[in-house]
Ligand binder design. Structure first.
Ligand code: ZN
Length: 174
């Protein structure tokens, strides 16, 4: 397993729509494992393949709390089959939008279908924080960041801050 570099906004690769995988084979399983390792190393609870520059519909998550046993979830081609009318507000952050948090309202519960790490079709009912997490990660596969759910004014402030921070951390060219 290996940790992968995580792209940060406003990287244009985060805005692409990712392609479905044909099959969860060894190369996709390896990607899922590397993504989990990357996510754990950054103390994240979810990661989508486009965040590591790979435009494939693959996401990983683990919402187990500190001290609980890890519960890694690996999903390819996740689709939302149903969403509740009721919404909840969660404070969201993202490894691709470092140090920024916003309260986002989303459907409280979803039913999804996906391929697991063994290429088996599975369905899952999720609600609360897990439902928020799944919707956040599926958004990444469609080129959508959580800051796209807030006002353009607030989003522009955040993106400008990130662009500036990135410029400062880039090595100067000599
Ligand atoms: Zn994210």
């Amino acid at each position: 397993m290996a940790t992968l570099p995580v792209l940060t906004a406003p990287d244009p690769r985060l805005k692409r729509v990712s392609k479905p995988v044909d099959k969860v084979d060894d190369s996709i399983r390896r990607l899922m494992d590397d993504m989990l390792e990357t996510m754990y190393a950054s103390a994240g609870v979810g990661l989508a393949a486009p965040q590591v520059g790979i435009a494939k519909r693959v996401i990983v998550m683990d919402i187990a709390r500190e001290g609980e046993d890890p519960k890694p979830l690996k999903m390819a081609n996740p689709e939302i089959l149903w969403r509740s009318d009721e919404e909840i507000v969660c404070e969201e952050g993202c490894l691709s939008v470092p140090d920024q948090y916003s309260e986002i309202s989303r459907p409280k519960a979803v039913k999804i279908r996906y391929l697991d790490g063994e290429n088996e079709i599975r369905e899952m009912d999720a609600d609360g924080f897990l439902a928020t997490c799944i919707q956040h990660e599926i958004d990444h596969l469609n080129g959508i960041l959580f800051i796209d759910h807030i006002s353009a004014l607030k989003r522009n402030i955040i993106v400008r801050k990130l662009a500036k921070a990135r410029k400062l951390s880039e090595p100067s060219l000599l």
